[in-house]
Design a protein around this ligand. Structure first.
Ligand SMILES: *Cc1c(COP(=O)(O)O)cnc(C)c1O
Length: 356
């Protein structure tokens, strides 16, 4: 390393970043990352493996993933005049969107929100602004409109439902933000399967794009996200994506999985039922306030200055959740738990009770 001067070799915004930290979950009941806890029946796995057998691993995959794209368009009822772009997870799509912007562009979202909006903006040297939500986690519309006026953001990200708060923002407030925006408004519907049909998918036109992923549905390991938007916008993004960004195993497997959408619908229903139970059980605990969620996780508030201690005590009992208290602001004293199987949820609740 003696020859290298990293300080001049890399961009200053890269040097200033801290890596996105993913906790080591080995051996834990894993309720930290909004994964679907259910797997497939053995029969389904065998049918899937038979399909994979014919995957031409020696060939590059279809660079446009045409079959999969057509299937996603049908399943998501995307009109013909709207195009889809597929990404290696919706994280990659966020990166593509931000990479396409001029230097010095401004990005707007809420605080708290999905951390990758800021992480990727920072890595590219863009100007990220997070407008604080109200205490009830609703959009602060006057503050959002003022920020739009002041920064003229090239992109506004709104997670709907929001992560990590779990709520759906007021539709009228979002409409006003769309009207005021001169740039793109990305409605990030990562949790759409759990949101009881709340969606902006019918609003995709002009500057409004809707982004979804198969990750939270139960295919997080495959890495597939997609975004719907006007052809002229999607065309620009295609120019900067890597040609084979969706590998052949992902293309084949997501197609196979979506042919068996009923399996996922059942799992989603079980997760939503678990969410209701968990919310009630959390709110029955002394000192805990759990917030309504339209996603597959629940944010809850612990007694003052106890969040990290409680998080650690739960972890000691073999259950990994997410400590969002260090993010501060509205998340002070808060922890986030993913809804798992009934057994996992009970294990978590037992661990929490004994930690209180
Ligand atoms: C999990 C999550 C994503 C990322 O999804 P991937 O497709 O797995 O990259 C995007 N947006 C929000 C709000 C999320 O919570």
């Amino acid at each position: 390393m003696s020859k290298l001067n990293l300080q001049t070799l890399f961009r200053s915004e890269v040097l200033a970043l801290s890596a996105y930290h993913v906790a080591d979950a080995q051996g834990f009941i894993k309720l930290d990352a909004m994964e679907n806890p259910y797997t497939w029946s053995n029969n389904l796995k065998l049918t899937w493996l038979a399909r994979l057998k014919n995957c031409p691993l020696n060939r590059y995959p279809d660079p446009e993933a045409r079959e999969l794209t057509a299937m996603l368009k049908t399943l998501n009822q995307i009109p013909d005049n709207i195009e889809l772009l597929l990404g290696n997870g919706s994280d990659e799509i966020i990166q593509l969107l931000l990479m396409a912007l001029p230097e010095n562009s401004h990005i707007l979202s809420t605080t708290p929100s999905f951390v990758m909006y800021k992480q990727i903006s920072d890595s590219l040297g863009l100007n990220y602004h997070g407008v604080s939500l109200r205490a009830d986690f609703e959009l602060d519309l006057p503050a959002m409109l003022a920020a739009i006026e002041h920064h003229n953001p090239a992109i506004i990200f709104l997670a709907y439902p929001n992560n990590p708060t779990g709520n759906l923002f007021d539709v009228e407030a979002i409409n006003k933000i769309i009207d005021a925006a001169n740039g793109l408004v990305i409605i990030d519907e990562a949790y759409e399967p759990f949101a009881n049909n709340a969606s902006f998918i019918n609003r995709v036109a002009n500057n409004v794009l809707v982004m979804r992923t198969v990750s939270k549905l139960g295919l997080a390991g495959l890495r597939l996200g997609y975004i719907a938007g006007e052809r002229e916008i999607i065309e620009q993004l295609h120019k900067i994506r890597l040609p084979y960004n969706i590998n052949v195993l992902t293309q084949t497997t997501v197609q196979f999985a979506l042919e068996h959408k009923d399996v996922f619908d059942e799992q989603t229903a079980a997760i939503c039922a678990g969410r209701t139970l968990m919310l009630n059980e959390l709110n029955a605990l002394d000192g805990i306030t759990a917030f309504e969620s339209a996603a597959n996780f629940i944010l809850f508030k612990t007694p003052e200055n106890q969040a990290t201690k409680i998080f650690e005590a739960i972890k000691t009992q073999g259950v990994l959740i997410k400590n969002v208290h260090p993010q501060g602001g509205l998340l002070t004293d808060c922890l986030r738990v993913t809804v798992g199987t009934p057994d996992e949820n009970q294990a978590f609740l037992r661990a929490l009770k004994s930690a209180l």
